[in-house]
Design a protein around this ligand. Structure first.
Ligand code: DSN
Length: 417
């Protein structure tokens, strides 16, 4: 980062600080991951300069031959990886991929049925503070209070009663397998579209560790930076019959010029995900999360649904005098980064919450396995037992530093000067 250092010392210092933070802490935010050096390199390329509105072979700008090449690679790798009919890799984010899915198939005012945000859904699945809640008429489904799982009979009842034009599936904080086939059957029964927001578990589906929604959904959206382990961004997959309207909705309806450097990086990660090693990564994520859940449960930590099938656990703190916000702060002082999260039946505000969402995708990318996970689970349990104990936090912080040093991250990136 010699040029950056010379040109802008303050930005350089912030970047260097962030690199040290990522290297020296346990990143356990379930939606974060670490990209490969190849993806990182692709992001920092001259493709950032290029305007390429349109699609490969049909651009509104000259000089797009190399842009066409990377976008075609990304599109064909995405369809191959997920077995989808069509892919558009231009959405700048998961929210914009969802926006494209909605506006391609719906009119403003149409009814959508999505998962309640406080039960694990996403803002874009119909929250009143989001465009989805403003432009569409929203009804919501949730999880059973008794076991924290989606009740598919209840979903069907709501769908039959409210007749949405689209059912939205996928979640941001749901630790169990989602039965996309059941959702697809309900959608067909009422003549609704089925849009699946796959973001959190896209990498697990790609690796064969969670059933795919593709055969059961009209549209599948995803971010590329969570378990898929790519650059920050989105993409949308759909049946061939929706391809034209989807492409027109992404551009020019929602977005202008695509971010070609990000699309180049998406092509790289989709290539990585097609390689045999990626399935093994997904297997280790699921194994690590199961071990984390068992370790926490043995120490008396209550988990929504009692465990996990995927990359995250959702800790329910309602049996303790501790909010999600305070627990997040206590863990951060010990060098463990997580996020506070609402739990089903939440009574606190989203800024305080009664839960914690903890994921293993990033630490699994670092190479950590069962032994490290058991140790980390023990540290988390200890902090939750005595969140105000500064000595314990400092002791664990030191051991976190040692563990991180044993699993180096971006060893090839020079230590910031
Ligand atoms: N904000 C993301 C998450 O953390 O799950 C979802 O977009």
């Amino acid at each position: 980062m010699e040029h950056l250092k010379r040109a802008d010392e303050r930005v350089h210092r912030a970047v260097a600080g962030e690199l040290s933070r990522q290297k020296g802490q346990l990143e356990m935010i379930a939606s974060e991951n670490f990209v490969s050096p190849a993806v990182l390199e692709a992001l920092g390329t001259v493709f950032t300069h290029k305007y390429a509105e349109g699609l490969p072979g049909k651009r509104y700008y000259g000089g797009c031959e190399f842009a066409d090449e990377v976008e075609d690679l990304a599109r064909s790798r995405a369809t191959r990886l997920f077995g989808a009919g069509h892919a558009n890799v231009q959405p700048h984010s998961g929210s914009q991929a969802n926006m494209a899915g909605y506006f391609a198939l719906l009119e403003p005012g149409d009814r959508i049925l999505g998962m309640n945000l406080s039960h694990g859904g996403h803002l874009t699945h119909g929250s009143p503070v989001n465009f989805s809640g403003r432009f569409f008429d929203v009804v919501a489904y949730g999880v059973r209070e008794s076991d924290g799982r989606i009740d598919y009979d209840a979903v069907r009842d709501i769908a039959l009663r409210t007749r949405p034009k689209m059912i939205v599936t996928g979640a941001s904080a749901y630790p169990r397998v989602i039965d996309f086939e059941a959702f697809g059957t309900i959608a067909r029964e009422i003549g609704a579209f089925h849009l699946c927001d796959l973001a959190h578990i896209a990498g697990l589906v790609a690796g064969g560790h969670h059933p795919s929604p593709v055969p059961h959904a009209d549209v599948v959206t995803t971010t590329t930076h969570k378990t898929l382990r790519g650059p920050r961004g989105g993409l949308v997959l759909c049946r061939e019959e929706h391809a034209k309207v989807m492409d027109r909705t992404v551009f020019p309806f929602i977005q202008g010029g695509p971010l070609m450097h990000v699309i180049a990086a998406k092509a790289v990660v989709l290539g990585e995900a097609l390689s045999p090693g990626f399935a093994e990564y997904g297997r280790r994520v699921v194994e690590n999360t199961r071990i984390l859940a068992e370790t926490l449960a043995e120490r008396g930590v209550r988990l929504v649904s009692g465990g996990t099938d995927n990359h995250l656990v959702l800790v329910d703190l309602r049996d303790r005098e501790l909010s999600g916000k305070d627990a997040e702060g206590a863990l951060e002082r010990a060098g463990i980064t997580v996020n506070k999260n609402t739990v089903p039946g939440e009574t606190r505000s989203p800024f305080v919450t009664s839960g914690l969402r903890i994921g293993t995708p990033a630490i699994t990318t670092r190479g950590m396995g069962p032994d490290a996970i058991r140790t980390i689970g023990g540290w988390i349990a200890a902090i939750l037992e005595r969140p105000a104990d500064e000595d314990a936090a400092n002791r664990i912080r030191r051991r976190v530093g040692e563990l991180c040093a044993a699993y180096p991250l971006y060893a090839e990136l020079a230590a910031p000067a």
